[in-house]
Design a protein around this ligand. Structure first.
Ligand SMILES: Cc1ncc(COP(=O)(O)O)c(C=O)c1O
Length: 235
């Protein structure tokens, strides 16, 4: 019983510590826009939804990537967004293959850093530079890499990095992170209003709570989920 209750809490603290202490960059690299989330998907969904893409806008993904990278965008296809699913010739998309898929309507490229099914690593810098030239966001899923390979987010031309606590960060399922770089922070608007992002325990303790006056914070907290219910249940 003791093991079951204590281990997830320790693992969660350890993964949070790793996230904040360097695996995602040294403190001087730390972006103010860096928040907890509970899976890689839960980081990519708010980006896909918060970009407010219009019919005809395009996003590039790889056909053989983990579904977390593809499904958040595919949902937007019913709204007319064009999801270009590119089949890599050799497991992961090369910069040349990405170049061939880019058009003036490309708003984003979303790929896994370390490919789930082959272990191949994409050329972060090559693809990131292409995205910068095309004015598209480069959204990277680091689920299979962060904790295994050091990364300093500001050393690469990437605009968002998501990941999970339960792989190389050795945390429990239901933990993860989503880092948004400045270009993402500018373009991604909040797509939900989660009470813990906008309120504190003191607010709730007040004799009356005026929900009409609640404002979303003007920081990355506006993207927060903080829905680690699974963790709470384990505790
Ligand atoms: C690249 C990648 N992303 C995400 C996940 C897990 O999915 P999620 O964190 O979105 O629930 C996996 C595998 O479990 C994965 O290989």
């Amino acid at each position: 019983m003791g093991r079951r209750t204590r281990l997830p809490r320790r693992a969660h603290a350890a993964s949070t510590e790793l996230i904040h202490q360097g695996w995602l960059g040294t403190p001087e690299h730390a972006s103010p826009v860096r928040r907890g989330s509970n899976s890689s998907s839960s980081g990519i969904h708010p980006i896909a939804n918060g970009l407010k893409l219009q019919p005809g806008d395009e996003v590039v993904v790889a056909t053989n990537d983990f579904p977390s990278d593809v499904l958040p965008w595919l949902r937007l296809a019913i709204e007319g967004v064009v999801i270009k699913q590119v089949r890599p010739a050799d497991q992961v998309l090369s910069p040349d293959e990405v170049t061939a898929a880019l058009t003036p309507r490309t708003n984003g490229v979303c790929l896994t850093w370390v490919h789930s099914f082959s272990g191949r690593v994409i050329d972060l810098d090559g693809i990131g530079e292409l995205c910068r030239s095309a004015d598209a966001l480069f959204v990277v899923n680091g689920a299979q890499g962060v904790g295994g390979i050091p990364i300093a987010v500001n050393d690469h031309p990437i605009d968002a990095l998501t990941g999970v606590g339960f792989k190389y960060l050795c945390g429990p399922y239901g933990t993860g992170f989503c880092w948004l770089g400045p270009r993402s922070a500018e373009r991604v608007s909040a797509s939900k209003m989660y009470w813990l992002a906008a309120l504190t325990a003191d607010d709730l303790a007040a004799p009356e709570l005026d929900l009409d006056s609640v404002k979303m914070p003007d920081t990355a907290a506006k993207h927060d989920m903080r829905a680690n219910r699974q963790l709470r249940r384990i505790r």
